[in-house]
Design a protein around this ligand. Structure first.
Ligand code: HEM
Length: 511
């Protein structure tokens, strides 16, 4: 006997309600049995989403940390989220228990938009492991040393651009960032302006950034049929965007990879290292099947290196420029240190680094003052856990509020001011406190590009301080043009990824 049509409709209507009821009941029982970390009281269904500044969630989280402590619990729509607000707790959970804190949230947009080539968004498993291992072999601290001469060279080229065309400093910072990444990854030398491969990256990012917005991901997760609508149908724009995005990602991935393959022999003859060439040489003797598997993982590692470095390095240099304009005494002290250690007849090199503690403190303070990834990238737990008596269920999204750590007044008095001296002791030597220990994330997912990023930032900052001066822009009468720095709080926020960059008005003149 089959149920009648009416009966089947009734079953269809009752099923979701019962499922929702059973899930809520299970959650209710679990919540009664376990003690969750403290946090603001959630509304039914919506949770705490209405109280959150979704454009700059780290600000709300930092306020909540003052009320609920270093580890608190919130609900955002249906998602359970734990927010960590101290380096100590981040190390205890994300570093020491990384086996269960290293997954990423599922985003329904990643695959259709062609972003599964970015391993930063890939879940914790073998696929991620292979790409990350290849990346690590090239970018770990001792291997990344070989990029230093190239980083210094690119920093000096950036100065030529800055002096030639000081108005477009943002574009020169971006060119520097991408030229370092393209060279380290593919052995490709970018042209100072309008480089076709850099344009491919910009094109891919312009549309692909939709991928990481939780709103789009939730829409596609709820209505997956949107990807099946015919092109003429209302509502099919997401499908068309996904197709364009996938094409652009493919172009961004394949063209430079092919370049690296074609120029492998000549580049290694002139001592030009790159992640792709090194790894391709390593697998030359393997059979076809292992090679294809390996090449797929290598492409992912390479594309992720480009995407991972593009905006981050540029935004950090923008932050540095802003600090130099707002804090001219810091700029003067840094320049005086370079003058006394390096002199004026040559430019600084990495050999000078340990003799320049004030420059080091300026770099640390730049990372701390405006952390450009204030909430890191979300992790997800793969099993239940208990910390400090609090229950953290499997599937919880875990955010580390780096912004909150930088605003801890006990550790950083007058935290909103740019004060490099906070990283120096009374003898002018560097202290043990280094924001690089938390702004690059934690555990097995911590930024694997951090050593390359650190060296790029140092070479750019020290070379700029040795050659140019940042000051406020002036009008025709020579009066300072007042400006309010505007931070774009790009891709928010509470579920996956965030960044923080600035636009400012300044003058750059050569020394
Ligand atoms: C100032 C510069 C940078 C900052 C502040 C930064 C910060 C971060 C943060 C916070 C994460 C997430 C860590 C976590 O999940 O706990 C991350 C991931 C990542 N970063 Fe960076 N990053 C920077 C530069 C770079 C550069 C230059 C590269 C490439 C050479 C890079 C490659 C990556 C990759 C591949 C991941 C994903 C790791 C994974 O999911 O396993 N980053 N970065």
């Amino acid at each position: 006997m089959f149920p009648s049509v009416d009966g089947r409709l009734a079953i269809l209507a009752v099923l979701p309600t019962s499922l929702f009821f059973i899930t809520s009941l299970k959650r209710f029982i679990r919540n009664r049995q376990n003690k969750f970390p403290p946090g603001p009281v959630p509304l039914p269904l919506l949770g705490n989403i209405l109280s959150l500044d979704t454009k700059a969630a780290w600000l709300t989280y930092t306020e909540w940390a003052a009320a609920y402590g270093d580890l608190f619990f919130v609900r955002l729509l249906g998602q359970e989220v734990v927010v960590i607000n101290s380096q100590h707790v981040a190390e205890a959970l994300l570093d020491k228990r990384s086996r269960i804190y290293s997954d990423r949230p599922y985003l329904a947009t990643v695959e259709p938009f062609g972003w599964s080539v970015v391993f930063a968004f890939v879940g914790y498993g073998d696929e991620w492991r292979l790409s990350r291992r290849l990346f690590h072999q090239t970018f770990r601290s001792d291997s990344a040393l070989k990029f230093r001469p190239m980083q210094i060279k690119q920093a000096r080229e950036m100065i030529v651009n800055l002096i030639d065309d000081p108005q477009n400093y943002h574009s020169h910072f971006a060119t520097f960032s991408s030229s370092v990444a393209m060279s380290a990854t593919y052995g490709y030398q970018t042209s100072p302006r309008n480089d076709p491969l850099v344009r491919n990256v910009e094109n891919a990012l312009a549309i692909g950034l939709e991928v990481v917005t939780p709103e789009k991901a939730i829409l596609l997760k709820t209505f997956p049929f949107l990807l099946k609508l015919p092109d003429w149908c209302w509502g099919s724009s997401i499908k068309r965007n996904a197709r364009t995005s996938s094409d652009r990602m493919r172009e961004m991935t394949d063209v430079p990879f092919q370049y690296a393959q074609d120029h492998m022999v000549e580049n290694s003859a002139i001592g030009q290292f790159s992640m792709v060439a090194e790894n391709l040489q390593r697998i030359e003797k393997q059979d076809q099947t292992s090679r294809s598997l390996f090449e797929g993982a290598l492409k992912k590692a390479a594309t992720t290196a480009i995407i991972g470095s593009y905006e981050t390095t540029t935004s950090t240099l923008m932050t540095f420029a802003l600090a130099m304009v707002l804090y001219p005494d810091v700029q003067r002290r840094a320049q005086a240190e370079i003058d006394s250690v390096v002199g004026r007849d040559r430019l600084p090199t990495f050999e000078d680094r340990t003799s320049l503690p004030y420059i080091e403190s300026v770099l640390r303070e730049t990372l701390r003052w405006q952390p450009i990834v204030p909430l890191g990238i979300a992790h997800v737990t793969t099993s239940d856990d208990t910390y400090d008596g609090y229950f953290i269920p499997k599937g919880t999204t875990v955010m580390c509020n780096a912004w909150g750590i930088t605003r801890d007044e006990k550790r950083y008095p007058d935290a909103s001011r740019f004060v490099p001296e906070r990283f120096l002791d009374v003898n002018g030597a560097l202290t043990d406190d280094n924001p690089a220990k938390y702004v690059f994330g934690f555990g097995r997912r911590a930024c694997p590009g951090r050593h390359a990023a650190d060296a790029s930032l140092w070479s750019a900052i020290v070379t700029m301080l040795a050659t140019v001066e940042f000051s406020s822009a002036k009008d025709d009468q020579g009066k300072v043009i007042e400006f309010t720095p505007q931070f774009t709080t790009g891709l928010n926020q509470y579920l996956l990824f965030s960044y923080h960059s600035i636009f400012l008005s300044l003058t750059i003149s050569s020394l």
